[in-house]
Design a binder for this molecule. Structure first.
Ligand code: URA
Length: 431
């Protein structure tokens, strides 16, 4: 096949700080997917992009080229479709109550999700702790479930943005993950290929997130929203706190149990607040801005939708969830105010306990995880239980305790300007 460019010229252009042309971008992504651009050439280009960046037009084109490397899902659904994506956080089980809630309010939510790698959990791993539930659905089954129930959470098909799958694996081993244009184009290529009519992004900020500061997260949020706009996809982003775990549960079955509490009109305040904030944005994009999701959640109707959604994928929503073989309690070291319960430390502890995986082929323990029994800002007495560590492999407890070192702080008095946020939603970015 005739190749209109040479990879070295494209790499050299970006290395020297020049913008790539639309034709160069289309070619390099396509040629990489076909195996004509080698892994080492793409590694060099990814590093050049990491160091030199890409502007809005280049990033939007790069995203388009990755979408075109595969197929777009054709959703034939009678109601408006709207999706949500989170950049990943500790205890982030929001998809679980959110999808059935938004479906109950009149929109359809296609949530094609991934498995967890590293210290943030994966939605599919959480749902797989429900006996019988299966993640793999055909495109036909996804469409049918969306039409009948209005919500589907399942594994992304291999045909969605295959260039991203290849490039993400390469970035992972070449220290080029943390590049805003590469992160944004990776996320948006999969979301745009999914074919929903609107998208709400939950961009996490803090120790447990990709972006540690609000300013960095704002840049990522704006880049994501700009890509959506360039591709005609109405997109909004909320910037939300990830300095401490969301809710009390971090892991797999424990997070499902907490999501069910929320759907039954209970559950931790921060999880309820974020679920409702995201639902409002999604409903606005779907043209149902007049529907208030608060009373719908409180009424238990969304729980009915959850049960249908789980049953449709072979799961038994009433079956008892797996319980851990071993529980280790971490107590408050002294009396005072809990000033730090660090998201990253708790996420890593849950991972060490068996809730997450090191390599993508590793199994996860359904019952492993952490339950946080206090929130930053709360007064605690010495010896009061602060965390429960759940695992089927008690040998993992010392490693979990080691990563928690420094992640929990108790002070005599509350600091004058509290380091913990007073609200989960910190800002909104709209196009
Ligand atoms: N999630 C993605 O899908 N891609 C990235 O690059 C980072 C997070």
């Amino acid at each position: 096949m005739y190749e209109p460019f040479a990879a070295v010229d494209v790499i050299r252009a970006k290395r020297d700080g020049r913008n790539l042309t639309p034709e160069q971008i289309d070619w390099v992504i396509d040629a990489y997917t076909r195996g004509v651009v080698s892994e080492e050439q793409m590694a060099a280009l990814a590093m050049a992009v990491y160091l030199r960046g890409m502007d809005t037009a280049e990033t939007a084109r790069w995203t388009g080229a990755m979408i075109d490397s595969g197929e777009r899902l054709a959703l034939h659904v009678s109601r408006p479709t709207v999706d949500k994506h989170s950049t990943g956080g500790v205890g982030d089980k929001i998809t679980l109550p959110l999808a059935p809630l938004v479906a109950t309010c009149g929109a359809a939510v296609p949530q094609l999700s991934g498995r967890g790698l590293g210290h943030t959990g994966g939605t599919l791993d959480k749902l797989e702790s429900i006996p019988g539930w299966r993640a793999q659905l055909s495109a036909h089954a996804i469409g049918k479930q969306l039409e009948d129930i209005g919500a589907v959470v399942c594994a992304a098909t291999d045909t969605l943005a295959p260039a991203d799958r290849k490039l993400y694996a390469l970035r992972d081993v070449t220290a080029t993950v943390e590049s805003v244009p590469l992160i944004a184009s990776s996320i948006m290529s999969k979301k745009i290929a999914e074919g929903a009519g609107g998208l709400v992004l939950d961009v996490k900020v803090g120790s447990g997130a990709f972006m540690a500061s609000l300013d960095e997260a704002r840049v990522l949020a704006k880049t994501l929203v700009d890509i959506g706009t360039a591709h005609g996809l109405p997109t909004r982003a909320l910037l939300t706190d990830m300095s401490t775990p969301l809710g009390a549960a971090v892991g797999n079955a424990v997070e499902v149990a907490e999501a069910v509490d929320v759907l039954r009109g209970d559950g931790p305040d921060d999880v309820v607040a974020l679920t409702l904030a995201l639902a409002r944005e999604m409903l606005a994009l779907a043209g149902h801005g007049d529907v208030d999701p608060g009373p719908v959640l409180a009424s238990g109707e969304a729980y009915e939708t959850w049960c249908r959604m789980i049953s449709a994928q072979g799961g038994d929503p009433e079956a008892p969830l797996p319980q851990p073989e071993h529980v280790h309690v971490v107590e408050a070291p002294e009396s005072g105010v809990l000033t730090t319960l660090d998201a990253r430390a708790v996420g890593l502890a849950a991972w060490r306990l068996g809730a997450g995986r090191v390599r993508k082929e590793d199994p996860v323990q359904a019952a492993a995880g952490v339950r946080c029994l206090a929130k930053p800002g709360e007064r605690v007495e010495a010896g009061r239980p602060l965390l429960e560590l759940h695992t089927d492999t008690p040998d993992a407890v010392p490693a979990a305790l080691a990563v928690l070192e420094g992640g929990i702080e108790v002070s005599d008095a509350a600091p004058e300007s509290p380091p913990w946020p007073s609200t989960t939603v910190l800002d909104t970015v709209r196009s």
